[in-house]
Design a protein around this ligand. Structure first.
Ligand code: ADP
Ligand code: TRP
Length: 320
């Protein structure tokens, strides 16, 4: 099955991205034909500084490669290296009713958070539809927040196919069984936009510092604690073994264990979990040419597929 997903290089990837999305992307590679890309055109909608965008793209590429993206099997590229997708975006724009985009909650949310309502942000779902449809994607694994964008993609594909004849494969969404929302160090959803993240590959000393800062309530050490209301426990769930987690649950409920102790162990476990990948990440950092080469080859493979679909669409609408 052809599986496609994109991730925006809007900052450094964090453990919420990993447990909520990347880990599943990487698992899906073995049984499927993976098409994964770095959505830099999409990241432009939030107006990043040029140098930040440049560096974040490269960092996302190195993160995926270090975490086990298999470049022999999976096609991995940077969105803007296959600009054909913007032509399809235009073609799709011409069958997309304004009302469909006006109903998108992610646009409204982003504007409510203070992002400038530029046209790119409004048209974001059309570009996402082009990403998906140009590669004949069958399955699109995304977080629950993206479900509406996949529905919009299906609507747009439907309008197009009804108007111009069967052209696009109808994709299915695949809502990632997220390990629930991963909390950030301030207790809100961990997100690049809240400055509350623990990055996957930040220095170990800084992982420790951040873990020690995780917000907890003021229950005294001796008192019993509710593990399900604790941000530290929520993160322990991601990295502790079943047995160890059961132990922590007991300690919380019994009382007598402070949050500080749980934090110390959490920092150790997080560092241990990502240790094998850190080595690989450091090697990649010393070999940027290799990383760029991987992305270039990926873009060539992606272009070969995109060209065929775009040609079909161009003929269907009468551009050819
Ligand atoms: P951010 O909020 O940090 O900008 P994105 O919106 O770019 O993250 O999300 C990229 C992917 O990571 C999405 O599939 C999203 O569902 C997942 N993700 C992001 N933050 C979390 C989180 N705190 N918990 C679980 N999954 C997350
Ligand atoms: N909008 C997605 C996100 O913010 C990223 C994305 C862009 C994407 N194009 C896509 C995801 C195509 C899946 C398919 O997470």
């Amino acid at each position: 099955m052809r599986v496609l997903s994109g991730i925006q290089p809007s900052g450094r990837l964090h453990i919420g991205n990993y447990f909520g999305a990347m880990r599943q992307h990487l698992q899906l590679q073995s049984q499927n034909e993976g098409f994964y890309f770095i959505a830099d055109y999409h990241a432009m909608t939030s107006g990043p500084k040029p140098n930040d965008l440049r560096q974040n793209k490269l960092a996302v590429a190195m993160d995926y490669l270090a975490l086990g993206l298999d470049t022999d099997k999976t096609v991995f590229w940077c969105q803007s290296d296959v600009p054909l997708v913007t032509e399809l975006c235009w073609i799709l724009s011409c069958v997309t009713p304004m009302g469909l985009l006006q109903r998108c909650v992610s646009f409204k949310d982003k504007v409510a958070q203070g992002m400038l309502p530029n046209h790119g942000l409004f048209a974001y779902p059309v570009l996402q539809a082009a990403d998906i449809l140009i590669f004949d994607s069958q399955l699109v694994p995304v977080g629950a927040d993206q479900k509406q964008h996949i529905e919009v993609t299906r609507d747009i594909a439907g309008y197009f196919n009804n108007t111009y004849g069967e052209t696009f494969v109808m994709p299915k969404d695949y809502i990632l069984e997220s390990v629930a929302v991963v909390p950030g160090i301030d207790g809100r959803k961990m997100s690049k936009s809240y400055d509350n993240t623990i990055e996957i590959f930040e220095p170990e000393s800084s992982v420790k510092k951040k873990v020690m800062k995780i917000v907890t309530d003021s229950t005294p050490v001796e008192a019993p604690k509710d593990p399900n209301k604790c941000n530290v426990f929520a993160l322990l769930k991601l990295v502790a073994s079943q047995e160890e987690l059961a132990e922590w649950e007991k300690k919380y409920r019994q009382g007598g264990t402070g949050y500080g102790e749980a934090k110390k162990r959490l920092a150790e476990l997080l560092i241990e979990y990502f240790k094998p990948y850190r080595q690989k990440r450091a090697e990649l950092e010393k070999n940027i040419d290799y990383v760029n080469e991987v992305l270039k080859k990926g873009a060539q493979r992606a272009t070969a597929v995109a060209e065929k679909t775009l040609k079909k669409a161009r003929i269907a609408v009468g551009l050819e």
